[in-house]
Ligand binder design. Structure first.
Ligand code: SAM
Length: 234
């Protein structure tokens, strides 16, 4: 069955955008996943098809209207796929959540603009609020593309070797070990000797140690999870 993404956006021309290229693009062409970008403006109010209004309580900027967004959501909701609102106020996106989304039938993504979205439609539609990081984008479209890219590459038949997903950063609570390829020496920098030894056990040990070392320095939160999971501290 095709994994289907509906995107609700004021800028439908931004899709599939970069997802029309490379692995995701090929998979789109092959029908492994499909995408429909719906223009929220189609559901706008009045002659000008207004989608936003001033915030109750005052303050800068405009807020996307609940009635407009509810109609847009209603045009694609199927009771099967989760509705995700991209927002910096959301729960941070994780590889675990991406894996679950990829394992389901697809997703409906609502992209905010302006100051954000009337909270009532988020609650009424039981939407999941997801953030792609602690910074503010000008709209939800790039966040939606990031989420989709992460999910699509996990769909069966998209990635070359299934094993590559298992060893990646976050799959084991560790960041990935560093990679090297030819030439074995470049600008007087040699590749770590173990990697050219042909000793598979030593290579696996080296990689685990390198992954643990970098995680401990860069992401002590992930390292603590790794240790808590019962892994032996290297
Ligand atoms: N006033 C909002 C705040 O401070 O939380 C920021 C609104 S932002 C300018 C406009 C839209 O961009 C948001 O409604 C959301 O859809 C999207 N957006 C911005 N940063 C994001 C992030 N880190 N993750 C997901 N979506 C984001």
């Amino acid at each position: 069955m095709t994994w289907h993404a509906d995107i609700l956006t004021l800028f439908p021309a931004m899709f599939p955008g970069p997802l029309g290229e490379s692995l995701a693009g090929k998979a789109l062409g092959a029908g492994i996943w499909s995408l429909k970008a719906t223009d929220i403006r189609e559901f706008g109010q009045g002659a000008h098809r207004a989608v936003d209004d001033t915030p109750f309580g005052g303050g800068a900027g405009m807020v996307m209207r609940a009635d407009v967004l509810d109609a847009a959501i209603g045009s694609v909701a199927d009771g099967q796929r989760p509705l995700v609102v991209l927002t910096p106020r959301g729960v941070p996106l994780t590889q675990k959540r991406v894996q679950k989304l990829a394992a389901g039938p697809g997703v409906i993504l609502l992209c905010g603009r302006f100051e954000g979205i009337d909270q009532r439609v988020i609650e009424a539609r039981n939407a999941e609020e997801i953030s792609i990081g602690d910074y503010v984008l000008s709209g939800g479209e790039i966040a939606a593309l990031a989420l989709l890219d992460a999910a699509i590459r996990l769909l069966p038949g998209v990635m070359g070797t299934a094993a590559s997903a298992d060893e990646e950063s976050f799959s084991t609570s560790l960041l990935e070990y560093p990679h090297y390829t030819r030439p074995a020496t470049w600008q007087d920098r040699a590749v770590p000797e173990t990697l050219t030894s042909g000793n598979h056990k030593a290579i696996a040990d080296w990689r685990r140690q390198a992954a643990a070392d970098i995680t401990k320095i860069r992401r002590p939160d992930l390292y603590a999870q790794y240790i808590a999971s019962g892994a032996i501290a290297p």
